[in-house]
Design a protein around this ligand. Structure first.
Ligand code: ADP
Ligand code: GLC
Length: 482
């Protein structure tokens, strides 16, 4: 099959979170399954130096762009997957984060930027870019690509479309004036199309118009049909239930495996865990924590946003710091959370390590050196860090939601006995539930043999992309056949 995979980020070109991990790995896995898959991304300024050799293959006239839009072609670094980069300098030639300016707030012209990108994708999808290639399937991801299925529906013949929701909380909402400025069909200003409570919703372009909808775990696919998780879109998702499925993300073990991880000084595996202790020591040094091999080191890496439940960790910090443990935190995001973590660090310098910012290498070293990984998320479409944690023998402590529910097996009497336990789960989004679960982990940590057994079971779990990529090809085939 010929598949055009549209995304607003992809590792190792540009990354703010898990969407980049998926968009870097899934096309590669589809390519390994002999599919003709090509990735398409905006040509952000920060990405170009990492993109290797590029050549201009097309120039497009696109509504919304006063300048011609160049299409650059290269390869996703380290792979044979072709990449098209949409070079519209007024939209994408600016430094920093793809979605936000230096002050952390959204770029004011995000609607226009991603409308231009989506329109350029449509030109390629319709084989109007002079590339002599027309995809059978356009796979869109998150709100930034939401207009693609809608715009394709205006064409008499067009490829089929799959729209994947990586996070329903980000919807791409803009006002009426913005809707008018984008020159979209007026009929789309309707609750059955792109209008959502008086605003333009990019994500509805995907949810209402794509042939099939997926999300990144089976549990999240169920959850988003309820008012608790549906972010106001549950009605539409119920209507489309027959077309909606959940396919769990995988892990790219060529990047995330403690036996070969290029960011680690000390490698280790299920058979030889010695290197893990050495990584722990170097992590304690990095965070200025006492070198204490026997004290459990808990950790977190992530975007500091309400979704991730880091406020719950802050709530229990005074109690936590009375326990024999250390905690290392890496993240960036909401300034209130960043400040609270920095302040807490000065209060508990011997137990709490904090680094605010984005640091890919440190994220790997944390996975390798910590004993347990905290993910008390309010919701989690899939979550990749708990999957990485499993492979690094860093037991995940997670709220039972979304992909966290689908990937971690809670340590209970039964699962410990049956050697299937891989971590710890809790239900309610309360500081008490989190603390009680950390206490459960601490008491297992004291029983070294039992803990090590769980570590080894966790490390043996296989969430490689191959399985998920096969499920996507089945879905594409079914959709094409229909
Ligand atoms: P989300 O996509 O919601 O951010 P995921 O768990 O799916 O959550 O993926 C997060 C990805 O981003 C992981 O690869 C994680 O290591 C990475 N990441 C998040 N924050 C940081 C950070 N501050 N430094 C380095 N990597 C980070
Ligand atoms: C989103 C979700 C995360 C998921 C990632 C990749 O950012 O928050 O749970 O793992 O996308 O699908």
């Amino acid at each position: 099959m010929k598949i055009l995979f549209a995304s607003s980020e992809a590792h190792p070109l540009i990354k703010t979170g898990g969407l980049a991990d998926v968009s870097g790995a899934l096309p590669k896995a589809l390519h390994d399954l002999k599919q003709d898959v090509r990735l398409i991304l905006p040509a952000y300024a920060d990405l170009l130096p990492r993109a290797g050799t590029l050549r201009e293959v097309s120039r497009l006239t696109v509504t919304g762009s006063v300048e011609p839009v160049r299409v650059l072609e290269g390869l996703l670094p380290g792979t044979e997957v072709p990449v098209y980069l949409i070079d519209a300098p007024r939209c994408f030639d600016r430094p920093g984060n793809p979605y936000t300016g230096p002050d952390g707030s959204d770029w004011p012209d995000n609607a226009l930027r991603f409308a231009v990108f989506d329109r350029a994708v449509v030109e390629l999808a319709q084989n109007r870019a002079g590339l002599d290639w027309q995809p059978d399937m356009v796979h869109c991801n998150d709100w930034q690509t939401g207009l693609i299925p809608a715009l394709l529906s205006l064409e008499t013949a067009h490829p089929t479309t799959v729209f994947t929701v990586h996070n329903l909380a980000y919807q791409g909402l803009f006002d009426w004036a913005t809707f008018q400025s984008l020159e979209l069909p007026y009929a789309w200003w309707s609750m059955h199309q792109l209008e959502f409570h008086g605003q333009l919703s990019f994500i509805k372009g995907g949810l209402a118009f794509a042939d099939k909808l997926t999300t990144v775990s089976p549990t999240y696919a169920e959850e988003i049909r309820t008012s608790a998780y549906g972010c106001g879109l549950e009605g539409l998702l119920q209507q489309r239930a027959a077309d909606l499925s959940g396919i769990l993300n995988g892990a790219d073990y060529s990047l995330w495996d403690p036996a070969s991880d290029s960011f680690l000084e000390h490698h280790f595996s299920r058979r030889s865990l010695k290197g893990k202790a050495a990584n722990k020591q170097s992590l304690q040094e990095h965070f200025g924590l006492p070198n204490a091999p026997k004290i459990p080191l808990f950790a977190h890496v992530g975007r500091l946003v309400e979704q991730k439940g880091i406020d719950l960790v802050l709530d229990i910090l005074p109690e936590l710091m009375q326990r024999p443990l250390q905690l290392a935190m890496l993240g960036s995001g909401q300034s209130t959370l960043e400040t609270a973590l920095r302040t807490a660090r000065t209060k508990y310098p011997d137990q709490l390590g904090v680094q605010i910012g984005y640091d890919e290498a440190l994220a790997h070293r944390i996975e390798a050196g910590a004993d347990a990984f905290l993910m008390p998320s309010r919701f989690e479409p899939c979550g990749l860090n708990q999957i990485y944690s499993l492979r690094y023998g860093t037991l995940p402590i997670v709220r039972r939601t979304g992909g966290l529910a689908d990937t971690v097996v809670d340590a209970s009497y039964a699962t410990l006995d049956g050697a299937s336990a891989t971590g710890f789960q809790f239900n309610s989004t309360t500081p008490e539930a989190l603390l009680a679960t950390i206490d459960r982990a601490l008491s297992l940590y004291d029983q070294r043999t039992a803990w090590t057994r769980v570590v080894k079971t966790a490390m043996a779990q296989d969430f490689s992309w191959k399985r998920s990529a096969k499920l996507y090809t089945q879905l594409y085939r079914k959709t094409l056949a229909a």
